[in-house]
Design a protein around this ligand. Structure first.
Ligand SMILES: Nc1ncnc2c1ncn2[C@@H]1O[C@H](COP(=O)(O)OP(=O)(O)OP(=O)(O)O)[C@@H](O)[C@H]1O
Ligand SMILES: [Mg+2]
Length: 112
């Protein structure tokens, strides 16, 4: 199992949710976050103001998926949210040891 965290532009959340539901995602967690990337929050680089860091509002979408779904989820996310401009976001993928479905006690892949 893997955790996929996607940091995206807020206005892309609805289209991303629909695209992920269409490929069979079982659940997701959404958080309003703030952050900056390589441009330090600036859409353009301002000479002399490069040291000023601005936090921009982003949305973080988290999903735990079976290993076999990772590449499909990643490509679905890119297709749904890409504009080609800076600030389109980033996807982080990390291993998950186990899942417990509280109601049933199921563990692992079947608990996703
Ligand atoms: N290395 C990182 N670690 C943690 N969060 C990051 C990292 N890079 C980006 N983020 C998060 O992702 C958001 C969007 O990043 P962004 O798309 O601007 O990345 P970038 O590396 O600057 O790429 P681009 O040049 O396409 O803008 C940031 O506001 C921040 O919340
Ligand atoms: Mg950026």
């Amino acid at each position: 199992m893997k955790k996929i965290e996607a940091i995206i532009q807020p206005q892309k959340l609805d289209i991303l949710r629909d695209a992920l539901v269409n490929i069979g995602i079982k659940g997701m967690t959404v958080t309003e976050v703030m952050g900056f990337g390589r441009q330090k929050g600036h859409v353009e680089t301002y000479r002399g103001a490069d040291h000023v860091i601005i936090f921009l509002e982003k949305i973080k979408v988290e999903m735990i998926v079976a290993d076999s779904m990772v590449e499909g989820v990643v490509s679905t996310i890119r297709t749904a949210v890409i504009t080609g401009n800076v600030g389109d976001g980033k996807i982080f993928i990390s291993p998950v040891d186990d899942i417990v479905r509280i109601r049933t006690g199921e563990r692992g892949d079947v608990a996703i």
